[in-house]
Write a protein that binds this ligand. Structure first.
Ligand code: SF4
Ligand code: SF4
Length: 180
């Protein structure tokens, strides 16, 4: 008996529940990890995305965003990392996290985002809405120059994530893993 072909649709990647998308990313990861590590263009772009993510993390730390959000998220009904926001994560972006070494898993089953733990967000590469969102508390608390640096850091990372995701989709279509 032959093995099932590894074939997914865009609906599998961008539709369905976050649990279903997480399962698809975990099915794909072992099949792709070595192949993509050997793909020079992809490996270079992924390494650059990790550098941009680290730069952004430094900018956010300088603004004390982690502490601010931790205090806010600790209040009843506080924080903005909800289970609704978890649904913004798609398969390519979860896969990029796995390929960058993040042990992506659902960490909780309540009203908060399943990727949030007591130390913050588990993911290196987050959805656009998560990266772009700055509440009033943050916007009012930060000097304009620092907010500009934050926006530039977010913009750089989002652009790189987008380019990586497009390249990933091309590779998956070429190897017959993604239909449509
Ligand atoms: S972005 Fe603002 S609302 Fe969201 S957790 Fe941080 S401080 Fe709270
Ligand atoms: S920042 Fe992370 S924990 Fe928060 S909603 Fe986005 S993915 Fe979830």
């Amino acid at each position: 008996m032959g093995t099932q072909p590894l074939l997914f649709s865009l609906q599998d990647f961008y539709g369905g529940s976050i649990r279903a998308r997480l399962a698809v990313a975990h099915i794909l990861y072992p099949h792709l990890a070595r192949e993509l590590a050997a793909n020079e263009a992809f490996a270079r772009m992924l390494a650059q995305a990790v550098i941009f993510q680290k730069e952004l993390a430094r900018i956010m730390a300088a603004l004390d965003l982690g502490a601010l959000c931790a205090v806010c998220g600790g209040r009843a009904g506080g924080g903005c990392c909800s289970s609704f926001m978890a649904g913004e994560n798609d398969v390519p972006q979860l896969l990029l996290n796995l390929l960058a070494g993040v042990p992506v898993a659902a960490l909780r089953e309540d009203d908060e985002c399943c990727f949030l733990d007591e130390t913050g967000c588990l993911l290196l590469f987050k959805p656009m809405f998560c990266l772009n969102y700055n509440c009033r508390q943050i916007r009012q608390g930060a000097a304009p120059a620092r907010m500009r640096r934050l926006e530039q850091g977010v913009g750089r990372l989002l652009q790189q994530q987008y380019a990586l995701e497009q390249l990933l989709l091309v590779v998956l279509r070429q190897r017959g893993t993604l239909a449509g």
